[in-house]
Design a protein around this ligand. Structure first.
Ligand code: HXC
Length: 257
């Protein structure tokens, strides 16, 4: 366990807090910490949804360049699996996730945000994949998740140029889902995730898995994934509760377990 990443749980929402001043540079310790926090958030019954938050000033300015500077090719062959594992553990967390972005989300920081289901950015936030300026490319899923999110041409523009993208442009190209005043980012993320507290956890999990896994395969295979998950939900108590609630003309959300 590390103090650089904490899982803080309140009212059914888990906040994975990155805490490495001044820029939340993502060193190996923070990468391992993020994996552990995701595992804990996935397992805990009192966590319905997850926010990734770097604090009021910065989301994360990328992998720790000072740590990487002296690494050789063989060092990186070993280390690069961890780079993809820490964003994969977030992408595969079986609960809704949102990145609450203040300040910079650059390089690996932008890739952490890309691994979430949603992104809310401060009006003065800056995102980007500046790795080419260091002679490398995004290595924590950026070339893949960015292209899937904003399309290959825009991804190539951002990755080839390494340019910084301000919040309004990020919103226009679909890199973030909403832009709010900087002081409201975290609360906006909480409001968004609060919708899932007390919700049908297995249906949400299945929906996320069907959409994410379906995007990686051809349509018929994706439909098969949907069919299997859809059928499986008929084994859950939530399905019985949700349908009974409707049939009995219950008011408001169903009392899911
Ligand atoms: C290590 C970093 C860092 C980083 C900032 N710092 N970013 N240290 N790794 N990624 C350190 C600076 O060296 C400095 O330390 C302190 O944080 C404050 O940064 P400044 O540059 O003085 O602040 P400012 O002028 O406000 O500029 C902020 C910034 C700039 C625009 C974010 O720091 C910057 O461009 N950082 C690098 C961004 C980047 O290239 N990210 C991609 C990394 S590669 P001192 O000791 O001097 O005070 C990557 C690969 C992904 O992410 C692969 C998988 C994860």
């Amino acid at each position: 366990m590390t103090d650089l990443v904490r899982l803080e749980v309140e009212d059914g929402i888990g906040t994975i807090r990155l805490d490495r001043a001044p820029m939340n540079a993502l060193n190996a310790e923070i990468q391992h910490g993020l994996i552990a926090a995701c595992r804990e958030a996935a397992q805990r019954k009192d966590v319905a949804a997850v926010i990734v938050w770097g604090g009021e000033k910065v989301f994360a300015a990328g992998a720790d360049i000072k740590e990487m500077e002296t690494m050789s090719y063989t060092d990186m062959v070993d280390h690069s699996a961890l780079l993809q594992d820490f964003t994969r553990s977030l992408a595969q967390l079986p609960k809704p996730t949102v990145a609450a972005i203040t300040g910079y989300a650059l390089g690996g920081g932008c890739e952490v945000a890309l691994a979430c289901d949603f992104r809310i950015a401060a009006d003065d936030a800056v995102l980007g994949q500046p790795e080419v300026s260091l002679g490398i490319i995004p290595g924590a899923g950026g070339t893949q998740r960015l292209a899937r999110l904003v399309g290959p041409s825009r991804a190539k523009d951002l990755v080839f140029s390494g340019r910084f993208v301000k919040a309004p442009e990020a919103l226009a190209i679909g890199l973030v889902d909403s832009v709010v005043p900087a002081s409201e980012v975290y609360e906006s993320a909480r409001s968004m995730m609060a919708r899932y507290v007390g919700g049908p956890a297995y249906a949400l999990r299945a929906a996320k898995e069907a959409i994410d896994r379906g995007l990686e395969v051809d349509l018929d295979s994706g439909l098969e994934i949907e069919r299997m998950l859809f059928s499986a939900l008929f084994a859950t108590k939530d399905r019985a509760i949700g349908m009974r609630h409707f049939v009995e003309k219950g008011r408001g959300p169903a009392p899911f377990e």
